[in-house]
Ligand binder design. Structure first.
Ligand code: PEP
Length: 252
């Protein structure tokens, strides 16, 4: 069965004290909600170990994600963070290929595939982000772009590996802009993505969770999540408010 997921990407926001406060608020608010929806947060690297201990001590249902990882497990890679150590401190997920990483740090599909393989080897699940830029949508190339992002990366995995992947469709023009894709645009692309996955992995396509990301907020989450192929959201800005984030989780 397809899993519903709402994941919060904090990006480079909050200091540790603010982060701990935010987690405590979210944890308090989600305690009594139905367990059907998976709740994930992705704080900055510096917060992960402390937040992981807090979540453990509170017996929380919130699962932890890193926002990125290295494409090597260890060695002379100054400033990088090993997937193994992320797993060791309690991360269950790693966001891979966020458009900000593709855009500002020139991350390519080849590099992202290497990261995904290491994340899977470390027994975590990648949340693999894909999505087109505004000019690509305006020139009607959005399906081609998304198709290549899937084929060049996910087509190299085995069926068993793919089962552990979550896809996040995030049209770049909707991220942090306040401009959300309409639920028709989201559903059209999610259905397309599921079809591309089905071409190579017919038995997995129906079960893979495809999240929508891009200015998702309490006022539009319900309409988006009501669509057949939208299995939840990857939330940026609105995940920094416990009340908004939990309102989004409640939108199913
Ligand atoms: C994101 O960064 O993944 C995102 C969806 O951001 P926002 O919700 O702020 O558009």
């Amino acid at each position: 069965m397809r899993k519903r997921v709402v994941a919060g990407n904090w990006k480079m926001n909050t200091n540790i004290e603010e982060g701990l406060l935010l987690v405590k608020e979210i944890d308090h608010l989600v305690k009594d909600l139905s367990q059907e929806t998976g709740v994930i947060i992705a704080p900055p690297f510096t917060h992960l170990a402390t937040i992981s201990s807090l979540l453990k001590s509170e017996n929380s249902r919130i699962l932890l994600a890193a926002q990125n990882c290295a494409d090597h497990q260890s060695g002379a890679y100054t400033g990088e963070v090993s997937p193994n150590t992320l797993a060791e401190i309690g991360c269950k997920y790693v966001i891979i290929g966020h458009s900000e990483r593709r855009e500002y740090y020139s991350e390519t599909n080849d590099l992202l595939l290497r990261k995904i393989e290491l994340v899977l080897k470390a027994n975590m699940s990648p949340i693999y982000c894909i999505g087109e830029r505004l000019e690509e949508r305006e020139s009607n190339r959005h399906f081609d772009v998304v198709s290549s992002q899937i084929k060049e990366v996910l087509y190299n995995l085995s069926e068993e590996e793919l089962e552990k992947v979550i896809i996040a469709y995030e049209p770049v023009w909707a991220i942090g802009t306040g401009k959300t894709a309409s639920s028709d645009q989201a559903e059209e692309m999610h259905e397309f993505i599921r079809g591309i996955v089905a071409d190579k992995f017919p038995s997995c396509a129906d079960n893979i969770s495809i999240l929508y990301g891009g200015s998702c907020k309490p006022s539009n989450a319900q309409e988006l999540f009501a669509r057949k192929n939208v299995d939840g959201g990857l939330i940026g800005g609105a995940s920094l408010s416990a009340v908004d984030f939990v309102a989004i989780i409640k939108s199913f």
